[in-house]
Design a protein around this ligand. Structure first.
Ligand code: XBP
Ligand code: MG
Length: 244
């Protein structure tokens, strides 16, 4: 029996529905600004989500859908520049207040904090995007709710590699048995499970059909009636136990 101490949150798709109306739109704005005729519609984006990380996703798109695009020594810098523009557009979308947190998320974070749990973010997205999301939804104080925002290129391999979760737990001084992960996607749960974490899933439009066989719990959202955060630090969880 081990005490539950830390809650580790994915961001995109878990804290907020950011992909279809946020990241995707920002990618398209960056492409248009660069004079490219690329358009990632909502269906194509479902396939592109197979690859996490914006720069990695652009490269995947080039390889699969733009075989004639010249790949050379300048390509990495080109992608980096495009991705920086995309981040700028994404932050502008968030600043307009167009992307709210998912139902129940703010309450879950507040109740968990009040109950004494330690919170962290473990995401593949760019750190600036996490800060902007929290600032434009809850407010500037929300970033302080988290012990750690583990994000983006801070680890060499993005999800489904477990690296970002292992990094977060190492920085927090916690073991997998002391933590639970919150995820929304197959790549996400492969990363969290690979790091040895029990995982709670909240599905969304893009991930409803994903394989979540390894999840402890699968929910439509954190707003489900009766899904208040109920246990307190000091509560013990069995190896199969439901902690919340
Ligand atoms: C999130 C992602 C990210 C975002 C874009 O996956 O895949 O790539 O779509 O972010 P997860 P950047 O929710 O599993 O962390 O463009 O900032 O990389
Ligand atoms: Mg996600």
């Amino acid at each position: 029996m081990v005490e539950l101490v830390g809650l580790l949150f994915d961001v995109d798709g878990t804290l907020a529905d950011t992909e279809r109306d946020g990241h995707r739109v920002a990618f398209n704005q960056a492409f248009a600004e660069a004079g490219l005729d690329w358009n990632w519609d909502a269906d194509l984006y479902q396939d592109l989500l197979a690859v996490t990380g914006g720069k990695e996703r652009i490269r995947y798109y080039l390889n699969k859908y733009r075989p004639d695009f010249p790949i050379n020594t300048a390509t990495a810098d080109f992608i980096t520049g495009l991705h920086q523009a995309k981040t700028r557009h994404y932050e502008a979308l968030l600043a307009k207040g167009e992307i709210p947190l998912r139902p129940g998320v703010e309450r879950l974070l507040r109740e968990a904090r009040e109950a004494g749990y330690r919170l962290a973010v473990a995401t593949t997205t760019t750190p600036a995007n996490v800060t902007a999301l929290l600032k434009n939804t809850v407010g500037t104080e929300a970033e302080q709710w988290f012990d750690l925002i583990a994000a983006g290129d801070v680890v060499p391999a993005k999800k489904p590699a477990p690296d970002i979760y292992l990094y977060a737990m190492e920085k927090m001084g916690l073991t997998p048995a002391q933590c639970i992960a919150f995820e929304d996607s197959e790549n996400g749960i492969r990363a969290s499970k690979g790091a040895g974490l029990k995982t709670i899933i909240t599905v969304n439009g893009y991930t409803r059909e994903h394989d979540f066989d390894d999840a402890e719990l699968i929910l439509d959202s954190s707003a489900r009636r009766g899904s208040h955060f109920m246990c307190c630090p000091g509560t013990t969880t069995s190896s199969t136990g439901r902690a919340i």
